[in-house]
Design a binder for this molecule. Structure first.
Ligand SMILES: C[S@@+](CC[C@H](N)C(=O)[O-])C[C@H]1O[C@@H](n2cnc3c(N)ncnc32)[C@H](O)[C@@H]1O
Length: 284
């Protein structure tokens, strides 16, 4: 892998790269259709490895927001969810959705990848907490307007879509007035450093202002993995543009004694600068 490997890649993802024929890295623009088909193929191919590597940390019915280990049970960013209708966007194996169900929410988990949803079904069966699951892309939510009181996402969909305005617009449409949209992403400041958990990941190598996505490609130049960068200002503009208010921006600190690395997230870097940004927004 290159020195600019993105958050979720690295040598641990060799089997997905082999399956997809990943042979290099490109810095180029990528539109909605190519981003979506690359993400779907990537998460299908990587689902088993992702679950094997992170499943225990994420739990079967826990809501962990980020590699720093912040839990919704402690953070309370969604408010009281008992009786609330909740949409989880990019739910993966859906431990957050099952945690929400356990707190009395009526929850739906949505994800693009059948490979990830296969693990969500297995988690439903293992826990006996059967949350409804929908396979769809976040830019086209198959729900009526005003269907949900809360929408949330822990690193699901948002970093992987070309058209963030479409996602926020769809989330805003499906929320009732006063509803919350809370989502966690890689903190935009991480973009300027190589994705290395060690000392190499402490030196700036690229511009914060360069929005060209990170793209892995096969021999024909087709994208096999895409990750999009937005600055903090970009996120705020998209939030406001979708008719949402920014209520809080949470930057979880690396907890003392937390030693578990996740890709580029490490105690070394976490002590110095944020790795995760959680945006708490509200529909006006
Ligand atoms: C890093 S995983 C996060 C999964 C889960 N939230 C967690 O915390 O483990 C990213 C998830 O986003 C999903 N995803 C990527 N692009 C998407 C899209 N356009 N629409 C919906 N889900 C998408 C992937 O399939 C994957 O399950």
């Amino acid at each position: 892998m290159t020195d600019a490997t993105p958050s979720y890649l690295g040598e641990r993802h060799a089997s997905a790269e082999r399956e997809l024929g990943t042979s290099g890295v490109a810095k180029r623009t990528v539109g909605t259709a190519e981003s979506r088909s690359a993400s779907r193929a990537w998460w299908d191919a990587d689902a088993d490895d992702y679950q094997a590597e992170h499943g225990q940390f994420l739990g079967d019915a826990e809501f962990v927001w980020c590699p720093e280990g912040l839990r919704e049970a402690d953070a309370g960013l969604l408010g009281d969810v008992a009786g609330a209708r909740v949409l989880e966007v990019g739910c993966g194996s859906a431990p957050c959705a099952r945690w929400l169900r356990g707190r009395g929410a009526e929850v739906v988990g949505l994800d693009l990848s059948s490979g990830m949803l296969r693990h969500a079904l297995a988690g439903n069966a293992a826990t006996g907490v059967a949350v409804p699951l929908v396979q769809a892309s976040a830019e086209e939510l198959p729900f009526a307007s005003g269907s949900f009181d809360v929408a949330c996402s822990a690193f699901g969909a948002v970093p992987f879509v070309a058209d963030l305005g479409a996602v926020f617009g769809e989330v805003a449409r499906t929320l009732r007035p006063g509803g919350r949209w809370v989502f966690a992403v890689t903190h935009p400041i991480r973009w300027i450093f190589p994705d290395d958990p060690g000392p190499l990941g402490l030196t700036v190598t690229q511009s914060y202002f360069d929005r060209t996505p990170y793209v892995e490609v096969d021999d024909d130049g087709a994208a096999t993995y895409v990750e999009h960068h937005r600055t903090l200002g970009d996120f705020v503009r998209h939030i406001v543009g979708a008719g949402l208010e920014l209520v809080d921006l949470v930057e979880p600190e690396w907890p003392a004694g937390h030693t578990r690395e996740w890709g580029q997230w490490s105690p070394l870097r976490g002590r110095l600068f944020p790795g995760t940004a959680i945006f708490v927004t509200r529909k006006s």
